[in-house]
Design a protein around this ligand. Structure first.
Ligand SMILES: [Zn+2]
Length: 495
């Protein structure tokens, strides 16, 4: 083809790419988009259920093929397949790699307000507002924004898959950038198989920027972009006071109570305000730089109404605001265990200590700080179950098991050109409504990609903040699906 013709064709395609009216496309095609969404959520996708996840992958492959994304299934040993698709655009100067996951969290059917979390239910609002079930959606023409589809993975993370595919349809399959898409079936279990696949398929995945489509929007309900996410690690702590539990009538006031000892030890780690008292806990992070404060202060948090919504009478005092808190490491006790039936003083008690970490933290150094604190309280620290001789030799003894989880926190500088590109794409659609988060509180498996591909990662959250992800009655507000299509179309069309 002569150069001029190719150029003319290119200009024609790009003119076409700017023209689609995404909003009207969405309005006109709500029934078909909703049906595709419903059918995807109806496929059981419990994390670890490999036969079911395989069916999801096959189904997704069909959906991608329909969009000309030339899908491939990447099998990984003992893990759900990855689904990869791409669309290369002649003359494009940028390649965007999108990541979405299709596996879901476990379900406790008895806690759901529907017989089966995989028989999706459409409601004309939220359960909290006593919304009614819409029994038959097949003949409906319109799906109002406040209606919700209830089912496992509706919000986390199948909604974004459908939004992505519908966005491609809405722009006539003509993005301005090269598009790559990876659909992960292992996210909820920490991304087993991903690292292996990244080694094998690194060249295919190579891109200029990666966009994670996951996570809930900011509670203000506004479109949300995030430039980082926290990682984390864990410590399992057990304190011992004897070889075995002993009768509290016969030995009370003589044998120390392991439950009380553990409570004392844990409370020594915190100031009454909630700030962590472990030496150096905030040393890697504080003071936050001025540009961090600029972003933090721009977020429209409404703590008072969130307190009302969640029944939180008084917030934790570790940080001055939710946003500041999300940019600091956290200390939580996820589980406490101790005591038995039968009137005995417990001889051991355990706590599962969870640390959420930010990019500046090293998991090992943070674990070391906690262990040093335990020693400072007079404890002999071991990493094995103590025998009776060891128990008798130390007035205070604790076992600490370090979790091997490395800190997987990441953050992209918001002034990075790719970050600016994505921010501007979202601003072009949503203007000042866009909420920009420096750090998402939870974790995302971005580190394997960052290490393998060495590209900046940006997150875009599409789901409603009250989507009940990971718990019962998970849902997606349909307005978030419709808006998500516009958000993604804005990214796909941006030059
Ligand atoms: Zn997710």
């Amino acid at each position: 083809m002569p150069r001029l013709t190719a150029l003319a064709l290119l200009l024609a395609t790009s003119a076409l790419a700017q023209s689609p009216d995404v909003k009207s496309y969405v309005l006109q095609n709500q029934p078909a988009i909703f049906r595709e969404f419903h059918d995807l959520v109806a496929l059981p996708n419990l994390h670890g259920d490999l036969p079911s996840l395989s069916k999801n992958a096959q189904h997704l492959k069909t959906l991608l093929a329909r969009r000309g994304l030339n899908p491939e299934l990447w099998e990984t040993p003992n893990a759900a397949p990855l689904v990869f698709g791409q669309k290369l655009v002649p003359g494009a100067t940028r390649t965007i790699l999108f990541y979405i996951h299709y596996d879901g969290q476990p379900v406790d059917r008895s806690r759901w307000h529907q017989p089966d979390p995989f028989r999706p239910v459409l409601r004309n609002g939220s359960l909290e507002n006593n919304a009614k079930i819409i029994p038959d959606f097949q003949t409906l023409k319109n799906f109002p924004p406040d209606w919700r589809l209830y089912g496992r993975a509706a919000g986390d993370d199948k909604g974004p898959i459908i939004a992505f595919l519908a966005a491609l349809d809405a722009i006539n399959g003509a993005p301005a950038s090269n598009i790559k898409l990876i659909l992960d079936g292992e996210e909820e279990g920490g991304g087993l198989g991903l690292s292996a696949a990244l080694l094998t398929h690194r060249a295919q995945l190579q891109a200029d920027v990666m966009v994670f489509l996951d996570g809930p929007q900011h509670p203000s309900g506004q479109p949300t972009i995030y430039y980082g996410a926290r990682g984390g690690t864990r410590l399992d702590l057990t304190v011992y006071t004897a070889k075995t539990g002993m009768h509290s009538g016969n030995y009370g006031n003589w044998m120390p109570d392991a439950n009380v000892r553990l409570a004392q030890l844990l409370s020594s780690m915190l100031e009454p305000s909630g700030k962590v008292a472990v030496e150096g806990f905030y040393a890697d992070v504080l003071p936050l730089p001025p540009d961090a404060w600029k972003l933090i202060d721009s977020v429209p948090d409404d703590s008072a109404s969130m307190q009302k919504l969640y029944g939180v009478g008084g917030t934790d005092g570790a940080a001055r605001s939710l946003q500041e808190g999300l940019n600091l490491p956290t200390f939580s006790v996820h589980r406490l265990q101790g005591g038995e039936l039968g009137g005995v003083i417990p001889a051991s008690a355990s706590a599962e200590i969870a640390l959420r970490l930010v990019k500046e933290n090293s998991a090992k150094a943070m674990q070391d700080r906690i262990i040093a604190h335990i020693r400072k309280q007079g404890y002999f620290v071991t990493d094995v179950d103590p025998d009776v001789v060891t128990l008798a030799a130390h007035p205070k003894i604790a076992k600490v098991k370090r979790s091997p989880l490395p800190n997987a926190a990441w953050r992209t500088d918001p002034t990075n050109p790719q970050a600016v590109f994505l921010t501007e794409a979202l601003r072009s659609q949503w203007g000042d409504r866009l909420v920009r988060l420096r750090t998402l509180g939870g974790s995302l498996p971005a580190m394997p990609f960052i290490s393998a591909l060495r590209i900046p990662v940006i997150g875009v959250a599409l789901a409603n903040y009250d989507d009940n992800q990971h718990t019962d009655d998970e849902n997606l507000r349909l307005g978030n699906l419709w808006d998500g299509i516009e958000t993604l179309a804005a990214i796909l069309l941006k030059k």
